[in-house]
Design a protein around this ligand. Structure first.
Ligand SMILES: [Zn+2]
Ligand SMILES: [Zn+2]
Length: 256
């Protein structure tokens, strides 16, 4: 079986980029998308993806935590580099009203500006959203049919999942689904169509059970995948093949 981790932060891993890639490969995680979050890390993630392409790809985007730091120059950098073969999406972008690290109005401005970039460049987006369901959907509706993508590390309500599917977005499941407290998330995952889901680590954060307490790493995506396959009542092989197909459809630049 060959897996893809569609959301990792390789530049944040203590073990180092090369070790993480090798550990992942050793268990069949063949492709990794490393995520840009702020203007300062864009050259770093870009370098990682260029160096390890075509195993590793990256996204470029300004995270809602840094929405207040989004500038035209940051947008210009994203737009210029998003056409490189190793850059597969704009992201992570979105709204986070849980931490409210940036004023909400600035988060919304940055979110819309980057969705515009995705629309102009015909790139998919990776969305981060927390405690901001209604505003997220309202904004995504403005781009319905013109921008596609996924909600990464989905932890929202069933309402959000249904709305996101309705505007054409897929749902990506992280290790959170394995946590004891995630009963309602598990119910939501059960209803998701198989052709609309992804699995991810969001490493170094949110290691799945039974690795909880350790630093997460792309190799652990398989633990989340096993859990999701059980929830969906399918074999691990079936989930592997389906998530591979879904990823290739979402990110057409990925070479497999
Ligand atoms: Zn995120
Ligand atoms: Zn992330």
């Amino acid at each position: 079986m060959e897996w893809i981790d569609i959301h990792a932060h390789l530049n944040m891993l203590e073990e180092g980029v090369e070790a993480a890639i090798n550990n992942a490969k050793a268990v069949g995680v063949k492709k990794i998308i490393t995520i840009g979050t702020q203007p300062e890390d864009h050259p770093i993630v870009l370098d990682i993806a260029r160096k390890y392409y075509p195993e590793v790809y990256c996204t470029l985007g300004v995270h809602p935590h840094d929405g207040g730091t989004y500038t035209e120059a940051a947008g210009k950098f994203i737009e210029e580099h998003v056409t490189e073969p190793c850059v597969v999406a704009v992201g992570e972008i979105g709204l986070d009203y849980y931490y409210d690290n940036s004023p909400r109005e600035l988060q919304k401005e940055a979110f819309r500006a980057q969705l515009e970039i995705a629309r102009r460049t015909k790139m998919p987006v990776e969305i981060h959203t927390r405690d901001a369901e209604e505003d997220t959907i309202e904004i995504l509706k403005e781009f319905k049919g013109e921008v596609n993508g996924l909600i990464h590390c989905f932890t929202g309500t069933e309402w959000l999942a249904r709305q996101a599917l309705d505007v054409g977005f897929n749902i990506s499941i992280s290790g959170v689904v394995t946590f004891k407290s995630a009963d309602s998330l598990r119910e939501t995952v059960k209803m998701l169509p198989l052709d609309r889901i992804h699995v991810e680590t969001d490493s170094p954060f949110l290691a799945p059970i039974p690795m909880r307490g350790r630093k997460n790493t792309p190799a652990y995506v398989i633990h989340t995948a096993k859990f999701v396959a059980d929830l969906k009542g399918i074999s691990l092989e079936q989930l592997c093949e389906q998530t591979r197909i879904n990823a290739l459809k979402m990110f057409p630049k990925i070479q497999w």
